[in-house]
Every structure is written in C-alpha cells, then in structure tokens.
Design a protein around this ligand. Structure first.
Ligand SMILES: [Mg+2]
Length: 158
C-alpha cells in the first residue's frame, strides 16, 4: 500500500482513490484531458480507483470503460439516502482511513471529511465552501490533485 508522509497527519497508508465525477473528473459530461494517463500511473503504484457518481447522464460506465478504474453509481431517487450519505457509506465500506477522496460539491462534504485525505477541487465548475471546510487540501484541477500522489514531496507540507 503506498505510504505518504503528510505534515498534519504523519504517515498515511493510501490504497483507494475515490472521486466524484461531475465538476471533479469531468466538465459538462466530458472527462478532463490528462486523467487517463494519471489513472494508469496510479494503478501501477497499487491504487484502486473508484469514480462515484449520481450518473445523471446515465453513461458513467461507458465513459470509463477504457480507464483503470471502477464506477460506483449512487441512487439519486428520492426513496434512497441522500447522495452525501451514500458517498460517505461507500468510503467507509472500503476503509476511510486508506482513502484519498476528491470532490467539488456540497454532496462530497461528508466523504471529504471522513477520508484520510480529502481534496476539494475548485475547478471550472467551482468548489462548494461547505465541502472546502471539511477538506484537507484545496487545489484547482484534478490533474494537479492526482499529481500529488505521483510526486509525494508535493503533499508532504500539508
Ligand atoms: Mg461534483
């Protein structure tokens, strides 16, 4: 399991990357360029990568079929628990203490708070200030966020 030394947390074992889709990995339904090669590099390092989404366009699985990741669709119908709770439950099932979580919306706040490392992406869709308050790191793009894991010295000061 990849190990990181992070100023405010000490040594952290990270095994899972869990990312929101819209506004985090994708803009207007298209995956941001540069994500595919980073997923490949992180997969080689031993990470398991999950994309978690309400899948409002109904195409998440197809979108990522050639990517080194799994998709997990949360239920957005009214009968089910709210998205924020479902995302929170998902990372807790994996083991939140080994999760590097990425998101941009208010429905990511709980997940970002309980993950070992929660990263708020304040990209072109903007980032929720509610989620920002629950995060460990704020950064402006998904590629820069994934590069933190590929360049451990960049994360050391957090
Ligand atoms: Mg989002």
């Amino acid at each position: 399991m990849p190990k990181y030394s992070i100023y405010s947390m000490g040594t952290v074992d990270l095994k899972y990357i869990v990312s929101d889709l819209n506004g985090t990995l994708a803009l207007d339904g298209d995956i941001i360029e540069g994500v595919a090669e980073r997923f490949q590099a992180l997969d080689k390092l031993g990470f398991e990568i999950f994309v978690i989404t309400g899948d409002i366009h109904g195409n998440a699985e197809k979108l990522f079929e050639h990517y080194r990741c799994k998709t997990h669709v949360v239920d957005i119908t009214e009968k089910h628990e709210k998205q924020d709770i479902q995302k929170f439950n998902f990372i807790n099932q994996l083991g939140a203490k080994n999760v590097f979580a990425l998101g941009n919306g208010a429905n990511d706040a709980l997940m970002l708070e309980s993950a070992a490392v929660g990263v708020l992406i304040a990209g072109q869709e903007g980032g929720s200030t509610l989620a920002l308050q629950k995060s460990n790191i704020v950064i402006n793009s998904i590629n820069d966020a994934l590069d933190l894991l590929l360049n451990p010295k960049r994360i050391a000061g957090h």
